[in-house]
Design a protein around this ligand. Structure first.
Ligand code: HEM
Length: 409
């Protein structure tokens, strides 16, 4: 029996977040498996010494994510913040889709989901394909090895979300740098706050401009809602900022890490290569499950007492839903450690579950389906240019991925 289980029985709880196992860069931290086998709803200790619940089971996560007694209200005492900076700056963040429940949440969410209609995403597909092709042309014309992150994985989602929102793409370096800093676990609260404030002010100015000079883009839609008094300008800026941050680094990590996983599993890559649209669609779902890039735990707080998995969660207890571990729960996915593009993985929680499920998931799916297909079609003899041990993984970021991925062909 592992040490972690013994510690839990002795009431010294494990620390969260946990380290990943260097032997398999794709596996969630083994400590989450150990905890799940002990009890899928268990106490952990976090950075401020508090002891929220960590939920690691697939069924338990779905039950809690869909339970109205569980809240995202980060202002409530006992909320298990990601880090000191997020806790210190909680008063600065306006109400948004990310931190509101019930009717308030539906109010924000309705305005945002209108931007992501099936039709709008379908119309974006040719633009995503064209942009992908241009970026790959540049890779092929450039020196070898090339860094897949800098040349394709980061710019593609960044260009797409900037285009959709109506944010000038030339500000992407500013947003990229500050969005990383605003949630960096190791940055000081002041650094977190400065980065957030810089991005917020930029976005607010843009919203104010679009209130008087609207264009055909999503930020202009938000500016119109502000003009009509449905929300204020700060809330419109926060919605735009939320989308920009949520919408590029997540997809970027999936593109680079997914490419690496496929190259490391040539039998699976050949399934993708010879497959039709349905095969590619299923492959993206399996990669979403397998890679577990959202690995730092979605933060919640209990509004009422809840009984689950033999545990009693008290009203006011912090709750952390660790999505990557539940996507390796063998009760939901047999042999979870096997990347199997033919399995039915559509019930994964890579995009969350319940009322806060990802708003941009159809856009992310479109990007991933197009990119994975195009990379292996256009660069048929692509390979990783360094030994796997030399690849630096983003274990210290809110979303898991690689800092760079040298490729050659
Ligand atoms: C592969 C890429 C992506 C992944 C893995 C991902 C993952 C997630 C997850 C797990 C959640 C749920 C958070 C929670 O319950 O606490 C979420 C929510 C959200 N995502 Fe994504 N996302 C991706 C792409 C995008 C894109 C492209 C956009 C927008 C352009 C976006 C916008 C949002 C928004 C606005 C929410 C908040 C929804 C709410 O609270 O009601 N995401 N995402």
């Amino acid at each position: 029996m592992s040490d972690t289980v013994t510690e839990v029985r002795n009431e010294t709880v494990p620390y969260f977040p946990m380290d990943r196992d260097a032997r398999c860069p794709f596996a969630p931290p083994d400590g989450t498996r150990v905890l799940r086998e002990s009890n899928p709803v268990s106490r952990v200790e976090i950075w401020d010494g508090s002891r929220p619940w960590l939920v690691t089971g697939h069924a338990e996560q779905k039950a809690l994510l869909g339970d109205p007694r569980i809240s995202v209200d980060e202002k409530l005492p006992g909320f298990p913040h990601w880090n000191e900076g997020m806790a210190a700056n909680v008063g600065m963040r306006p109400k948004s889709v990310f931190n509101s429940d019930g009717a308030d949440h539906s109010h924000f969410r309705r305005m945002m989901t209108r931007a992501f209609t099936f039709k709008r995403v379908k119309e974006l597909r040719p633009f995503i394909q064209e942009t992908t092709d241009e970026l790959i042309d540049t890779i092929l014309a450039g020196p070898k090895p090339a860094d897949l992150v800098a040349t394709l994985a980061l710019p593609l989602p960044s260009i797409v979300i900037s285009q959709m929102l109506g944010v000038p793409y030339d500000s992407h370096a500013f947003f990229q740098e500050n969005s990383v800093k605003s949630v960096d676990r190791y940055a000081t609260p002041e650094e977190n706050m400065q980065a957030f404030a810089a991005m917020f002010m930029f976005m607010l100015e843009l919203v104010e401009k679009k209130m008087s000079e609207p264009a055909d883009d999503v930020l202009s839609d938000f500016a119109r809602h502000a003009k009509e008094g449905e929300i204020d300008a700060a809330e419109a800026a926060q919605m735009g900022l939320g989308m920009l941050i949520a919408g590029h680094e997540t997809s970027a990590n999936m593109i680079a890490l997914g490419t690496l996983a496929l190259l490391e599993n040539p039998d699976q890559l050949s399934i993708l290569r010879s497959g039709d649209d349905k095969v590619v669609g299923d492959a993206v779902e399996e990669l979403m499950r397998y890679l577990g890039i959202i690995h730092n735990g979605q933060r919640r707080i209990a509004l009422e007492d809840i009984e689950i998995s033999g545990q009693h969660i008290n009203a006011g207890d912090g709750v952390i839903i660790e999505l990557s571990s539940s996507n390796w729960d063998p009760a939901a996915f047999p042999e979870p450690e096997r990347l199997d593009l033919t399995r039915s993985a559509r019930h994964h929680t890579g995009f969350g579950f319940g009322p806060h499920q990802c708003i941009g998931q159809q856009l992310a799916r479109a990007e991933l389906q197009i990119v994975y297909t195009s990379i292996f079609e256009r660069i048929p003899d692509i390979r990783i240019a360094v030994p796997t041990e030399q690849i630096e993984f983003k274990s210290d970021r809110l979303a898991y991925g690689v800092y760079s991925l040298p490729i050659t062909w």
